[in-house]
Ligand binder design. Structure first.
Ligand code: 86X
Length: 566
């Protein structure tokens, strides 16, 4: 098949009839969108924008509407204060989640389905993780770079194994202004095809290796299954690392080094427990050699969620993109490659894990505001004295490197402020009232468990630091305990089905055969989605001699986590 032809079939999974590599508008429009130039009304009149857009845009079947239930009508019915959640986490998890991310001012819904505005409260979380990860990969001699957003159709053809099945998710730009582009260009869903032609160019000899690059960017995947803020959005932010080595040993080592950084992001920053493990043949990145991942679990929905992936690509892409070099002996050799990524999905997992019926609960390490200082005026109290105490408390905490703010707004009551900052998930609240002022202390209230404690001003910084550390640790411990309570070890099919019905995270002995995983998927198919493997944990319980696979009855090769997943 010619390159051009392949590019065509590749992105037109549904059609095999057309000879041209590019598209007739009729067929093309079934999976593309066009970039309409924004008209003034789109920018200035929001109400009209939404209705106009719905009319203008070609909305594809299966496209869900852009506005969530909670962002629309519901809000008008709600109390004027705008405080408090309508839904409870345990009763209606989906609506609860949408409401939390909006009311905590993390997300604003956008008028394109599956696209969300990331507000400052979200971005500061992303930046905390970014700061950590970026510094760590720099220690590993990985360098940042930036490749273009657009992909020419020509290079995509090289990637048969890789992109097969993904074609319907690729978004295309087909016009500039009113004229059709001569050649449509794709928007990156991931950057292998964008980057590897240049790896081929830049890598000549063994001295050019290793080549270790990372980029922080956005990617677009035009998904049609139900969009969820952070968890499944059509555009998201991520880092993608792409590295090339002379030897497999170096590549193998990096896969695990990066995976450990992902574990630390989840466990040390987001206070979310994860398992490190290897993906099954079915669930691995098809273009790669093997895939490792960190896997989280959401007890409320009984779903696993892939937290981040670190792939060894082997030499598959080196073959496709001719990434070769001359080794010390003067022979031509192929590089070993890895790729790895984590995305803004991390934030969604954190919200789902820690949020409660009062809203978001932020781990101190990633909270934009770690301490909110609230003045509690009383009838005849020395108002100025209280305000000054709040301001100086913040100053002392800021100088100690803590992220503290005070809320001195005089048009809100202390109670309203408590609810507001609880909704936003601030880990620690310090209340300062007349009595506290008189005693030179502040009343500390933890967001994670409502525990209260008086802190003497003389000891402010130490005690606040200690409290924040305790909160961070406690949030992880509680989440881990809840997650662990969901783990169910099963050995038979009947136990497996029962555990699946109970929303468990299932650990089962498995024969590690692709056919068997397919069979399990088929046999568990239903409204809630099929069960699949999440990963085979690196930390394997002992597999006793003679243990059989829960699904096939053949000898088991390993313990594997199974469940429904996001
Ligand atoms: C898989 C693989 C890999 C670099 C990573 O997981 C780490 C960072 N990439 C990504 N993947 C695709 O390759 C893909 C390709 C197309 Cl064309 C698409 F539309 C969606 C995709 N989704 C995932």
């Amino acid at each position: 098949m010619s390159a051009a032809n392949f590019a065509y079939t590749f992105f037109n999974a549904s059609s095999h009839t057309l000879a041209s590599p590019y598209f007739t508008s009729r067929i093309f429009s079934s999976f593309s969108f066009s970039l309409l130039p924004p008209s003034p009304r789109c920018i200035f009149n929001r109400t009209r924008t939404i209705s106009a857009m719905a009319g203008d845009a070609k909305v594809k079947a299966g496209d869900t509407k852009a506005k969530p239930k909670t962002g629309g009508k519901k809000k008008e019915v709600k109390k004027e204060t705008g405080l408090g959640l309508t839904y409870k986490k345990a009763e209606n998890f989906g609506e609860w989640y949408s409401e939390v991310v909006v009311n905590a001012e993390m997300i604003e819904y956008y008028d394109i389905s599956g696209c969300y505005i990331l507000r400052p409260w979200t971005m500061s979380i992303w930046e905390s993780m970014q700061e950590f990860f970026d510094a760590e990969i720099k220690k590993m001699k990985i360098k940042n770079c930036y490749f273009p957003l657009f992909v020419s159709p020509g290079v995509l053809e090289k990637e048969k194994d890789h992109i097969e099945g993904f074609a319907p998710e690729v978004a295309w730009v087909t016009k500039s202004g009113q004229s059709d582009l001569e050649v449509p260009i794709a928007i990156r869903p991931t950057s292998e095809t964008v980057m590897y032609p240049y790896y081929s160019k830049w890598i000549r000899g063994h001295r050019d290796l290793p080549l270790r690059l990372n980029q922080w960017c956005n990617v677009v995947r035009w998904e049609f299954s139900n969009p969820t803020p952070f968890i499944r959005s059509r555009e998201f932010l991520w880092q993608e690392g792409h590295t090339a080595f002379a030897t497999q040993e170096e590549a193998d080592a990096e896969v695990l080094d990066i995976l450990e950084l992902y574990r630390r992001i989840y466990e040390e920053f987001l206070a979310v427990p994860v398992f490190k493990g290897k993906k099954s043949e079915m669930e691995k990145f098809a273009g790669g050699y093997y895939t490792t991942s960190v896997e989280a679990f959401i007890p409320n929905t009984g779903r696993g969620v892939q937290g981040a992936t670190s792939h060894c690509l082997g030499q598959n892409f080196a073959k496709m993109f001719e990434i070769t070099y001359e080794n010390e002996k003067g022979e031509k050799a192929m590089v070993w490659q890895n790729s790895w990524a984590y995305s803004t999905r991390t934030i969604g997992v954190m919200v789902m894990t820690h949020g409660d019926d009062k809203g978001l609960v932020l781990p101190p390490k990633v909270a934009a505001v770690q301490v909110i200082v609230v003045p509690v005026p009383f009838k005849d109290a020395d108002m100025q004295g209280i305000y000054d105490a709040c301001t100086s408390t913040v100053k002392i905490l800021n100088e100690a490197g803590l992220r503290a703010e005070t809320d001195l707004r005089d048009n809100y009551s202390p109670g309203w402020k408590y609810s507001h900052w609880e909704m936003k998930g601030v880990p620690l609240r310090l209340e300062i009232g007349p009595k506290d002022l008189a005693n030179s202390q502040a009343r500390a209230v933890r967001r994670d468990n409502t525990e209260k404690k008086d802190i003497p001003m003389a000891n402010l910084v130490d005690q606040v630091k200690e409290l924040l550390d305790t909160i961070q640790q406690n949030m992880f411990d509680v989440a881990k305990q809840k997650r662990d309570e969901c783990i169910k070890v099963v050995r038979t099919w009947d136990e497996f089905i029962e555990a699946l019905g109970q929303k468990k995270l299932i650990l089962a002995p498995w024969c590690d055969e692709e056919e068997v995983e397919k069979d399990v998927k088929a046999r568990t198919k239903g409204e809630m989605g099929a069960a699949k493997t999440l990963c085979s944990p690196f930390d394997q319980p002992e597999l006793e001699e003679g243990t059989l696979c829960f699904a096939s009855g053949k000898p088991a090769k390993k313990w594997t986590y199974w469940g429904r997943s996001y």
